[in-house]
Design a protein around this ligand. Structure first.
Ligand code: FAD
Length: 261
């Protein structure tokens, strides 16, 4: 919409510095190996796995030391759960298929192999962007094209994070992790959008040369246009975006209330 709004500003709204559409990001998700569970104390992994999908991730110190992007690891007894978690009980949101099977295996003291899933943080890159093409949609508007770019730092971060977590699980006697980044269904890690978490393209920065909206979510160069969306995230971590979007929307509502008074 910003790029299409070019009747009075040829580059589009808020696009004086060629930033609208840039820094497009999505989470990278995929199956990256297996974990052979060891002899676990009953309930131990329940604390890790919990209800739904708890995640294992590195401490901020470890990430900083190795200059790693955020990366979270989950375990799933049923590889078919990948992508679309099968919620047996939608009211509680418990991923019963995965967690239930694990609990059964763990409670019975049986050795069990579970799938290792990863969700990784993309690095913001100016060349990863959406642009308008000359092709028109049914309403005569120019269609968008995604020119997706991904930093090699992501693959390095996934590899290193898995190595550290695998080592720690081994030291703790919880199991043996086999990292399978080469054999894994690579498409999951390589297709452009796998997390369904579309972020970036109107990134936040107080300097108009660095971002499209300021810290109050006001589009630079306008005095009455605000954006509350994951599009304003300058960086994204590995976590789901919606709670942060809601928090930004509530904060914006408070800001506008004060401004309008
Ligand atoms: C399958 C799936 C599963 C997901 N699961 C999760 C999850 O578990 N947790 C989580 O945190 N996030 C999840 N997400 C991501 C989350 O839904 C999005 O990040 C979030 O909805 C983005 O909010 P937004 O307001 O930025 O954009 P949107 O919700 O996409 O809102 C954009 C709005 O703009 C409207 N619009 C577009 N063009 C025009 C136009 N020309 N004129 C007028 N209106 C227009 C659209 O109709 C839409 O209502 C999931 C997404 C998908 C697709």
């Amino acid at each position: 919409m910003l790029l299409l709004s070019d009747s009075t500003r040829p580059q589009g709204l808020g696009n004086e510095n060629d930033l609208v559409g840039r820094y497009f990001m999505d989470h990278i998700e995929g199956s990256v190996g297996t974990l052979e569970l060891g002899e676990l104390p009953t309930g131990y992994m329940g604390g890790v796995l919990g209800n739904g999908r708890a995640m294992l991730a590195l401490t901020a110190d470890a990430m900083e030391r190795d200059e790693l992007l955020g990366c979270a690891v989950t375990f799933d007894a049923d590889p078919d759960n990948y992508g679309v978690a099968k919620y047996a009980d939608e009211a509680t949101g418990v991923n019963a298929a995965g967690v239930g099977a694990l609990r059964t295996g763990i409670a019975g003291g049986a050795s069990k192999s579970v799938d290792v899933l990863v969700r990784a943080e993309p690095k913001p890159m100016a060349d990863s962007r959406v642009v308008l093409t000359d092709e028109r949609d049914a309403l005569g508007q120019r269609r968008l094209e995604l020119q997706y770019a991904r930093s090699p730092a992501i693959q390095t971060s996934i590899q290193r994070t898995l190595e550290i977590i695998a080592r720690e699980l081994g030291i703790a006697g919880l199991g043996r992790m086999r990292i399978d980044l080469d054999d894994t269904d690579k498409t999951k890690l390589e297709i452009p959008t796998v997390g369904f978490h579309l972020m970036g393209t109107t990134r936040m920065a107080n300097d108009p040369k660095q971002g499209v909206v300021d810290s109050d979510l006001l589009v630079h160069g306008t005095d009455n246009l605000y954006i509350a969306s994951s599009s304003v995230f300058p960086t994204v971590g590995y976590s789901n975006p919606t709670l942060t979007i809601v928090a930004l929307a509530l904060r914006l509502a408070d800001h506008l209330k004060v401004k309008l008074q």
